[in-house]
Design a protein around this ligand. Sequence first.
Ligand SMILES: *[C@@H]1O[C@H](CO)[C@@H](O)[C@H](O)[C@H]1NC(C)=O
Ligand SMILES: *[C@@H]1O[C@H](CO)[C@@H](O)[C@H](O)[C@H]1NC(C)=O
Length: 272
Amino acid sequence: MVNILAVLCVFTLTFVGSIYANVVATRDCGGYMFVDDLVVIDGPFNENCIFKFETQEDRVLVFSLIDGSLKEAEQYFSIHDGLDGDSPILLVGNQKLPEVSRKDLPASVYSTQSTASIRFKKTASNLFQLKIQKAINCPFNLGSASQCGRVVDEISCYCATFVKRNQSDQTMFCVDKGMKLIAFESQAEEGLIQSTWDIIDNYWTSLTDTRREGTWVWESTWKFPSSYLHWYGGEPNNANNEDCMVYGGSWKSAWNDWPCSNLSYAICEVQP
Ligand SMILES: *[C@@H]1O[C@H](CO)[C@@H](O)[C@H](O)[C@H]1NC(C)=O
Ligand SMILES: *[C@@H]1O[C@H](CO)[C@@H](O)[C@H](O)[C@H]1NC(C)=O
């Protein structure tokens, strides 16, 4: 199955010339696909075509249109939460996004489990491309004094906790929720997080040099922040043996090293 998909990917990438990785385009009527990352199916579709999708057991599926309105396209098909004919229908209008999600994300429909299906009910005259991605099931929040949202894109999930803890307690708070203490992969990701949750107060991150003094590593991903740094002027200075990176407060959006035993808020994240 994996080999067939890989061959299809290479073929359709050349054929469709798409910017997406792992694209499977098909003009066949229906089929079953395992969604490792993302799959794109394009029409024209005929009525009664049924496509079935499955992803990793602890993940969900998100459907969106590459171009155009998913709500308008709903007249041509129904998206079902599961594989059976009587699985409940998922509609754009019924989707409840977690509390602080971006308002400008593409209109999408989420399954509540690892399988979903699309049933075409009438032949679409114009061609459209449906994107099906593996996504994280993002909770509304993580209990009191917390907020969650699709803050960066439609597939990942971010949560803020407004209970102050030291850095290792925040690491474990995230792990207990099936998440990781934040690691900024890019300036864009950092910007979106900092514009969602104000930086009046301090937030712990997973960047630390506890393992080797002076060597900073994102402990959540075991990656060096080599391609992207945002230290405040004169930081990190290791005053009072400061081994954990915090942002917010006096340093606003920039990074400072602080004693890991200090208490701060934190952001947890999870990527599919
Ligand atoms: C963090 O706080 C916990 C108590 O909540 C404490 O047991 C632990 O030693 C603290 N760790 C650090 C590094 O300060
Ligand atoms: C955090 O650590 C610094 C020392 O680097 C200290 O001056 C400050 O008071 C601490 N803040 C809190 C809230 O513990």
